[in-house]
Design a protein around this ligand. Sequence first.
Ligand SMILES: [Zn+2]
Length: 452
Amino acid sequence: MTATRWLAEYAWLPEHAEPVPEVLIEAVDGRFTTVTPLTRAGVPTAGVDVLTDVVRLPGLTLPGLANAHSHAFHRALRGRTQGGRGDFWTWRDQMYALTVRLDPDSYLALARATFAEMALAGITCVGEFHYLHHGPGGSRYDDPNAMSAALVEAAAQAGIRISLLDTCYLTASVDGAPLTGPQLRFGDGDAARWGERAAGFTPTGGHARVGAAVHSVRAVPAEQLDTVARWARERDAPLHVHLSEQPAENDACRAVHGRTPTGLLADRGVLGPTTTAVHATHPTSADLGLLGEHRVGVCLCPTTERDLADGIGPARRMADVGIPLSLGSDSHAVIDIFEEARAVELDERLRTHRRGHFVAADLLTSATVAGHTALGWTDAGRIAVGARADLVTVRLDTARTAGVPAVGALFAATAGDVDTVVVDGRTVVAGGRHRSVDVPTELRAAIAEVTA
Ligand SMILES: [Zn+2]
């Protein structure tokens, strides 16, 4: 088997507070086989110059970035919801209106372009929180998992891995109001039928795995939560759930169940070490205790939370009780994991009027290994022997990054500074260009198709 070799000017290796200079990285069959800091190995600089068959990676090379929370079709809303007033709920009506034009073909095109934008941004794996299962009015497609298949195929064509989080979405509110209008496409009737349909989907390609999701306590009745949780546990699959994104959800849950959403999920067996709570923007102190006790991860989506005026999740307090933090671009108001990562620190500064809550290595952990773990890819997100060979190289010579020390890149770089992306040993992005997708052209066409 032929080895591929890269020489990174700087690489951020596990357990390091800062990037390491001159690292020789080798992969065979999509896995790292050697990771050697040359200067520490005593290899003279002259030795570096004579290395052959090596792809040089000027700049800072990171492990693959994980986007742990995505709804691919929301990409078509970018820039279309910024006029006027409103809140999460008025935005949601605009989002629902978009679903009308989506079918397996148009969703494949839109998701392919969206996932390719993610690849350009250094994202090597996406968690697709997928609830747009059925046709208009809730009619089943001939293949009831046609939309899931379209998303998995889109990720393959974009060159990234996917965890398809098949989402159970049954009711319109905490008190069990039935789905109506656009929501009818999300529903399977009850959790047992959701589970049967979801179990009938086996993704093709080693780039994909299936997980489960509870849309929220608004969308799955309390007595059916454990059906979804059991489905995920039996398969050792990741289980995600939108949690306390809005104070209104907390209020409704208390009114109906006398518990916070977190308390209800704990009662019903949803919380555990393979569970990821998405947002958790408005937890109580007791909620944080429960999440920590059950070793639940939290996926923060700061750019969406700011876009939708949701609020600021208590990231530092979460980390202090042992909650692993991952990151997601969720509504895709922007797709830039660097921006999500630094927002975790910067939002704490706004809230507390103090700096220095998270160091760069903490933010990198959230952007990489914590996200991959939340999506069930526990062998990714680290540049280390045996791990999946994902690499993301950020240029340090652009207008934004010139003069920035490598350790400071997370606070300076944008998705537009990503030069090279390798996923499972395959080069997907080189020279800042996707190798198989003309991303702007395809995005424009796919969005025109569903918004016309
Ligand atoms: Zn979401």
